[in-house]
Write a protein that binds this ligand. Structure first.
Ligand SMILES: Nc1ncnc2c1ncn2[C@@H]1O[C@H](COP(=O)(O)OP(=O)(O)OP(=O)(O)O)[C@@H](O)[C@H]1O
Ligand SMILES: [Mg+2]
Length: 248
């Protein structure tokens, strides 16, 4: 089976990282033994703590360790090394491997790292069954084709006008630049769930509405990971509903 590549995108602060972490957790529960890779594609980081893992492997570390003394890293070497390190690290976590984009000090700008990330995602996908990407807020990584190979695009918004407008823009650009098979919307932190009556938002089906849940924020404040939340908490439940709607 070709890898299912699930990306979470949307405006800043709408719950992308929380949802991505809950999706990883649900996939490990549903598909024990599957090779699952969690990718923090946000240079501002956050997915590692949401998953309770060390930020360990970053793409930039791997790139740097290979490019010492060389002007250009051979992408095949980079990926062979990344694949090895990631599969090796899986044993230490709860059934998933973790890769972060890292801080691109050496690369000088994000464009270069986004380029590596795009290559890495499409090549690493051959070593994994499921890849979950927690994207940077906004449209940049869709524009830069980092998400090109994504098969399942999850648009997350809150109930704000701005949140809706961001997912509309992402959807519009993704229709041109992403080869997705399925796209769906999750409304998160809904304060008035009854206001979300439309079965279709931003031109994509509404997968689920997740209400505001104080346990989610409290767990974050206390430094807990998604594995510390009860399965019945709203975000984990919403993640499971979204996966079911996608047939995953
Ligand atoms: N359904 C919810 N109910 C209550 N709090 C939530 C809910 N979903 C997320 N949160 C909280 O909202 C905050 C922002 O969530 P999160 O970091 O997942 O958003 P994000 O979209 O990844 O943000 P950023 O764009 O900064 O990366 C966190 O404190 C998180 O615990
Ligand atoms: Mg985030």
């Amino acid at each position: 089976m070709a890898a299912r590549i699930i990306a979470v995108a949307g405006k800043g602060g709408v719950g992308k990282t929380s949802l991505a972490a809950a999706i990883v957790r649900e996939l490990t529960r549903r598909h024990p033994g599957a090779r699952i890779l969690a990718v923090d594609a946000d240079p501002a980081v956050g997915l590692s703590s949401a998953l309770g893992v060390e930020a360990g492997n970053t793409l930039d570390d791997i790139r740097r360790s290979l490019s010492v003394g060389a002007t250009k890293t051979n992408p095949d070497e980079l990926l062979a090394e990344a694949r090895f390190r990631l599969l090796d690290s899986m044993a230490e976590t709860r059934g998933f491997a973790f890769l972060a984009i890292g801080r691109p000090e050496a690369a000088g700008c994000y464009c270069a790292v986004n380029g590596y990330l795009r290559e890495a995602v499409s090549l690493l996908a051959t070593a994994f069954d499921y890849v979950v990407i927690d994207g940077e807020a906004g449209i940049e990584q869709i524009n830069r084709r980092v998400m090109e190979r994504v098969t399942h695009l999850l648009l997350v918004t809150d109930q704000s006008r701005k949140g809706y407008s961001v997912i509309e823009t992402i959807k519009r650009v993704a229709d041109e630049l992403v080869m997705y098979e399925q796209c769906g919307v999750v409304v998160n932190r809904a304060v008035r769930a009854e206001l979300v009556a439309d079965p279709c938002l931003a031109g994509a089906p509404l997968l689920t509405v997740i209400g505001a849940d104080a346990r989610q924020t409290r767990n974050d404040v206390e430094g807990g990971s998604v594995f510390d939340l009860p399965e019945a908490a709203r975000v984990p439940r919403g993640a499971a509903e979204a996966l079911t709607a996608f047939g995953l």
